[in-house]
Design a protein around this ligand. Structure first.
Ligand code: PNW
Length: 475
């Protein structure tokens, strides 16, 4: 029997994803405390156009409308994040019942519509009081995270399908504490590496806390963003190794193998002695997880800098300030401009990178089920005279990446599902509202939602599980 390579098997989960600070708004309502992203976005010069998440998509007040949108699309699962500062405004200590009530309504609304809740505990909105005490550079933040995990597990553990501890600790550590283009905007290479460790520790302590008390039967996971590097000239292989160590294995090593890679420690010896790693930490960090979340958007092309002229740093982040996202030996890695078409982020479109990444992860971690927890694209959408949004570039991006995921299944990868980033246009961090990732358009003046053509396409894909059927009726 041949299996149509454009059809997804039963059990493969189709979802979509968002994050609290990017969509909720209501930043000062119902007892929510300030987060590092409130502070950062309200500090001039940090975010495009001075945009903030104060209102965002106003999802906080439009939850029911958004739930109905999800049901209309036929989403099987919805990946969202809990705002720690809504639940424990001080980071530790008093719990804000109104914050718990809000997420309780969201979770019930999902369950009523047959949508599986996939909840991330931390998608970057750290309570500001914890940053004031050192943030992720401090061990106390990992311990506070475990306390927060206990609170949310007690409140929602009976109703959550999948718990995810952290979203993309790479971004939190290196963009937040190294390059300074994300909150809290610090530019301290040693603090960035301490943050790597304390985020890893938070994952381990948090997973244990969630597991200790759960009354339901949730799956446990973490979501990482992997750098898929291609060789781009002299020293390409060595450059790839350095990026892989700092960006990927710095997290998978401790979380899945219980060790930091020896080459990572060597590459960063001039920056830190890693003395913040205490005896026993690695055993705490390494916890069995049911699924590893994979966020994928693009590839990078690298070589070693020859020391001549300006170094190119086309690594896809916000424009580089004095800080660096690449402490240690990776500082000598050049990121070359990428050939071929790219999205509005300037990220090249490379679906084969997704297949390669999934195959590589399943080779490195053979028994670890995988899930694509984010994939999607920003484009400069045009609203047609009749109000429709023909985002055929986004649909094309998505269909090619779905087919790339399908290829990985054919190659034996245990891939459980795929979440489109994002359900809604939203606050794209330091790019503010200038980059639209949604399959649903949000008019940020009226807050009106409109399904883009890509959303109609996705609805057909979910209903039929077939890319071919989804493509018929393209509009
Ligand atoms: C991810 N980089 O962020 C996040 O999980 C989302 O919140 C975000 O909206 C989405 O991808 C699109 O950007 C990233 O600079 C932000 O390499 C920056 C980078 C990678 C991922």
């Amino acid at each position: 029997m041949t299996i149509d390579p454009r059809v997804f098997p039963d059990g493969f989960v189709f979802g979509s994803a968002t994050a609290s600070y990017q969509i909720e708004g209501a930043a000062r309502e119902d007892g929510r405390g300030p987060s590092i992203w409130d502070t950062f976005s309200h500090t001039p010069g940090n975010v495009w156009h001075g945009d903030t998440g104060d209102v965002a998509c106003d999802h906080y007040h439009r939850m029911d409308e958004d739930l109905d949108l999800m049901a209309h699309l036929g989403l099987q699962a919805y990946r969202f994040s809990l705002a720690w500062p809504r639940i424990i405004p001080g980071g530790t200590g008093a719990v804000n019942q109104a914050g718990l009530d809000y997420y309780s309504r969201l979770i019930d609304g999902l369950l009523q519509r047959g949508i599986d809740p996939v909840a991330t505990l931390y998608h970057w909105d750290l309570p500001q009081p914890l940053e004031d005490r050192g943030g992720w550079a401090s061990r106390a933040t990992a311990e506070a995270f475990a306390g927060y995990a206990e609170v949310v597990d007690a409140a929602f553990g009976d109703r959550i399908g999948t718990w995810t501890t952290l979203n993309e600790p790479w971004c939190s550590a290196y963009l937040g504490y190294g390059q300074g283009v994300h909150a809290p905007g610090r530019r301290e290479p040693a603090a960035a590496l301490a943050a790597v460790h304390h985020l890893n520790l938070a994952h381990g302590l948090g997973t244990q806390a969630l597991r200790a008390t759960s009354t339901g039967d949730p799956r446990y996971s973490v979501t990482l963003n992997f750098h898929v590097a291609r060789p781009g000239g002299d020293g390409g292989e060595e450059a790839m190794r350095r990026i892989d160590a700092l960006a990927n294995r710095a997290f998978t090593g401790p979380m899945l193998r219980g060790e930091y890679p020896a080459d990572l420690l060597e590459d960063t010896v001039a920056v830190t002695d890693w003395s913040f790693v205490r005896d026993g930490d690695l055993a705490e960090i390494r916890q069995p997880i049911d699924v590893l979340g994979v966020n994928y958007y693009s590839t990078v092309t690298v070589r070693l800098w020859d020391g001549e002229g300006e170094m190119t740093r086309n690594d896809g982040h916000a424009p580089a300030a004095e800080g660096t996202a690449w402490p240690g030996a990776a500082q000598e890695v050049e990121f070359l401009p990428q050939p071929g078409p790219s999205t509005a982020m300037g990220w090249n479109i490379a679906p084969d990178g997704l297949t390669d990444l999934l195959v590589s992860l399943s080779e490195q971690f053979p028994d670890q089920p995988l899930m694509v927890t984010e994939n999607g694209a920003a484009f400069d959408d045009v609203v047609g005279p009749d109000g429709t949004i023909d985002d055929s570039e986004r649909t094309d991006y998505l269909r090619r990446h779905f087919l790339a995921a399908r290829d990985a299944l054919d190659r034996g990868v245990d891939l459980r599902g795929y979440f489109v980033w994002s359900l809604l246009d939203n606050f794209e961090w330091s790019f503010g509202y200038s980059k639209r990732f949604g399959i649903v358009r949000v008019n940020f003046d009226t807050l009106h939602r409109t399904l883009k053509a890509s959303a109609h396409w996705y609805r057909r894909l979910i209903a039929s599980r077939s890319v071919t059927v989804a493509d018929e009726g393209w509009r």
